[in-house]
Every structure is written in structure tokens, then in C-alpha cells.
Design a binder for this molecule. Sequence first.
Ligand SMILES: [Zn+2]
Length: 433
Amino acid sequence: MNRFFYLAAVTLLLATCARGPKKSFLRTAEIQALPQSYGDNFQCRIASSSIPDEAHLDHTQIKYLRVNFHIVGKSDGTGNFDEKTGRLFIAQVMRAANQKLANNKKMNLPVGNDTPVLPLRYRYLLSPRPEVPGDDGIYFHRDDDLYWMVSKGKDQNNYNRDVFEKYGIRKDTVLNVFVLAHPVDSLKSRTYKADQRGIAFGNWVKVKNWHNGIRDTIWQEDGTFKMNWTYWNAVKLLNHEIGHCLGLQHTWTGRDGCPDTPKHTNCWNKSKRAPCDTEWSNNVMDYNAHASAWSPCQIGKIHANFSNPNWKWRSLLEPTWCTLKPEQTITIRDTVVWRGPRDLEGHLVIAPGGYLRLGCRVSLPAGAKISIEPGGRLVLDGAELENACGEQWEGIEVGQQGEQEGTLECWPGSIIRDARQSVQLVSHSQEDS
Ligand SMILES: [Zn+2]
């Protein structure tokens, strides 16, 4: 009876490799599965399985969501940013939006909570067309029919998709953001409310009224701008709408599927009167003045989508997991369980004394390998090891030194595919030690 994964073949090969570092290969068919699982039920797709591990943040790869921007104005050039101001504004918005993503804030609700503040581990990447020289991912259109967005009343067109159909660029691989406006004529009416709003469509969003966010534009003598931007409102709107695209719902309803975002009254800001004296939210998925907090469950939901090969919009991510980056190698030195899927960007090393248990999909880039060092232990408990880019990763290398060797346990349901060599044994000679 095999206590751990142990192959007769492995033992034989090790016996013949007593001296000098040697490598031997085993085919997948030779991997012997253990008869039964731990019985631990890995739920690979749920949010809680993809919440970043505070003790090992590098185990959640930073994902990059590709975005581009379309600024649509009237044919006479009014109604929206001109090209120069628009480019500067978008640059500011991109910088500030990524700054928000990099500086998650503590949740204000529920009152008195001790919800952890976790890093989001994703960013936006302004993504031009690589084949078009000079393209910067910011596009300007003039279109009297499509430059405006109205969210209610007889002219309501916020659900209309025409602007995306007509002007969308790289629709399958870049999230297109359409920066629209209020109808210029409507703005002349004193009763018209020129609000900033947005709407999310999965792989694209509409936002409106960003250009009115600039209070002054002061030209410097050297030709540069000095502006009093109010781009933070634009940033809040962008993060909120993209939050919808990434799978998040409004939290105030209490029905967003996250236990750490309570139902509340959706106060815009803190005020002196109850309930807004205490019950104000700062969560990005509510309507409030802060929009600066993402809860662990919300982050988990986003990463559960990011790492799900069947998620409809995974192609909007920069495929950072397809190129081997040795500096992104993960070394396991303590006891770790990956409850959700991973797209690794470097090698995976189980160091002596390290223990890693996998029950979900793990992708390794072409050229990457898993090394189980002597005294390290890797448990495949229904895991799927693969290359998510249609290429081949190297395989599993098991190290041996003297009496000690790396241990691979292979439980039912585990799959190793796309590996050039599924298991490679490395025997270290005494002189190596
Ligand atoms: Zn919303």
C-alpha cells in the first residue's frame, strides 16, 4: 500500500542514480494515483477561494485589465474634450484609478468591523493597437448622434449599444470606455441636471460628463497645463462601472453575494443625522463620496473570474501568465493550500519542509517547472496542472539527496497536461551537498 505517492519506477531510477547529478524522466502514464482523496471539497470557482492570502501575497498574481478610451463629441467640436485636454485628462484618470487600486481602504461598514484590508492585485493597462504606429489607446470621435447619453426620460439612450458597435476597437481583448456627454442643448436648460453617470456592459462601459469635471485650465508659458482637475469623480465612476464588468454588484441591497458588505441605506457621505452619522459606506460599489474600499469577498470574486478560463471576459486581461518570468518564481517554505486556481508566471519550488496542496487548476508558463526539493511535499488533490496558453511547461522535478527526497502525492481526479516531461527525477550526489 502506498503511503504517499511512490513509484517502483522512481525507486529503481533513484537506485541507478546514486552518484552525480542525473536526470531521469517519467511519463504521465507512470504516475500512480492514490486510491482515495482527502475528502476535502475544493470549490475552485467561489469568491472565498480566490481571496489573496495576506501571508503570501505573491501567490495571487497581479492581473492587468486592458482598457482604451473613446472621447465622443459633437461634429462642431463642442460637447466634449478637445484632443489635447482629453489626452491629459485620461492620463490623469489612469494614474489616479490605478492609485486607488493600489491603495485599498478599510471598509467603514459594518460599523466597528475588523474586515481585513487586502491588496486588490489588479491594475488597468492603457492598451493601444500594437500594429498602429502612434496609437495611444485614446480615440476621439465626432458624432452628433452618438456623443450624448441620457439616462431617463423620452430621449433615454443609456442602454443603446450603437457607439460601441460603430467605434469599438479591439473589442475582444480590450475593455472599451466611452466618454460621452450630456446633450449640449439640454445643458442650456437650468432645470437639467448635469450629473456624472455610467453604465457597464461587460466588456465595455459608458460614462458621461467627465469634461465638466475640469474647473480651470491654466496654460503655462512652456506650453504645459496646470489644471484644477476634479478627475477623482471620474475615477470613482470608472472603478465602479468596471467593478460591475468584473462581476460586482451594488452592496447596499444586501444581495451582492458577499457576507462582508452589509445591507445599508446608501448615504452619500457622513452627516450629523442618523443613519448617515455612522452608516455611511465607502465601498466602491455603492453611491458615495469615497468609493475607495473593496472588501475581501469582492476582491475574491474578481480574482475568481480572472482565473476562470470560462469567464466571458478573461480575454480582456493581458496574458501575463504566458511568458516565463523567473523572478516571479514562487517558493513554498511552509504549509500552504491553494483553494482557488492560479496562473503562475514563474517556476514553482517546494523547498525542504514546504508543503503545498492543490485542488484546482494551476497554469505554468512555457519553460516553467515545478521542483520538489528533498524534504518538500506536493499534494495534487484533484488539481489540474496545465499551460493555459496552448504551449508546454516543463514538468515536475523531484529532488533527492542522500536519504531524503521530495514527495509527490497524486490523488484521484488530478490531471497533468501540457507537460514536456511530467516527472523528472534529479538525484544530487553527496559532493553537491
Ligand atoms: Zn452601479
